[in-house]
Design a protein around this ligand. Structure first.
Ligand code: ATP
Length: 257
């Protein structure tokens, strides 16, 4: 049975008087995946943070797993949705394992320590992103790509139903880009999670996300099945540069002219 996890109605997203997204209607059920594409500065991160309930919309109604993010206790919200920010911060010294266990906090009581199940989920998540050997390493010693994969492992440990990922492929080599996308793609997502991700590669959005939202930066947007929305014409308008479609077997790719 599918569950409505994200329900946005007539949402306006703006910063400092600039409207980036106007009148957005978006409903995502369990198991669906949505890519957000747009130019630098088009408001993708701002929209994603708004959909995560981390900043208020300037108009409209948002429900996350049926909860009003403005009213819901943060821990209850964190059990439903997980958010990967564009930049990861490590204010305190800790090991990789200690960091990834932070993902369990929404599931633990106030004075409760992590138990065996939490440890198992953490080591499974580290293995899923290829960091099993790094458990005792100091977080500050990780490379950019390793730190990015740790952020993803933290989210996996959190076990939300809705993943909101801001540029999950940032800092990753091609091998790890595909591994991370496979991790979140439908056949592997037997836990039925819903995924929203900001991407910069339309070909990967087409290949890995059933739906795509194009954000034009002036309030206008276009959302629908990726196969229909991702066209050379729409992308040329989106990026302000002409693009051409290339076919490689069943895959379609887009290159700047
Ligand atoms: N607090 C703020 N005050 C003023 N402008 C802001 C503020 N926060 C963000 N902006 C601006 O809003 C615009 C949208 O920012 P956002 O980070 O959402 O863009 P983006 O589409 O994610 O871009 P990128 O692809 O570069 O990550 C940018 O021009 C940014 O400089």
């Amino acid at each position: 049975m599918s569950t409505l996890l994200l329900d946005a109605s007539r949402l306006d997203v703006s910063i400092a008087g600039h409207l980036f997204c106007h009148d957005l209607d978006l409903r995502l059920n369990s198991g669906e995946s949505l890519a957000i594409l747009g130019r630098n500065g088009a408001g993708k991160s701002t929209l994603l943070a708004t959909l995560a309930g981390l900043r208020p919309a300037s108009a409209g109604v948002l429900r996350i797993g049926g909860l009003d993010p403005a009213q819901a206790p943060p821990r209850a919200l964190a059990r439903i949705r997980g958010y990967l920010p564009q930049q990861q911060h490590d204010p305190f010294a800790s090991t990789v394992l200690e960091s990834v266990l932070v993902g369990r906090h929404p599931h633990l009581g106030r004075w409760e320590w992590e138990g065996e199940t939490d440890q198992r989920l953490a080591t499974t998540a580290l293995a899923a992103v290829g960091l099993a050997e790094f458990a005792q390493r100091e977080v500050h010693t990780l490379s950019g790509g390793e730190r990015q994969r740790l952020g993803i492992a933290m989210l996996l440990t959190q076990q939300p139903q809705l993943f909101l990922l801001d540029e999950p492929l940032a800092h990753l080599d091609l091998n790890h880009q595909i591994a991370v996308l496979d991790l979140f793609s439908t056949p592997d997502r037997d836990w039925g999670a819903t995924v929203v991700m900001v991407l910069h590669e339309p070909g990967l959005a087409l290949r890995y996300c059933s739906r795509t939202l194009l954000l034009f930066g002036d309030g206008q947007w276009l959302e629908g099945a990726s196969a229909e929305v991702i066209t050379a014409e729409n992308l040329s308008r989106l990026y302000g540069h002409p693009l051409r479609e290339l076919k490689d077997g069943q895959h379609r790719w887009f290159v700047p002219i």
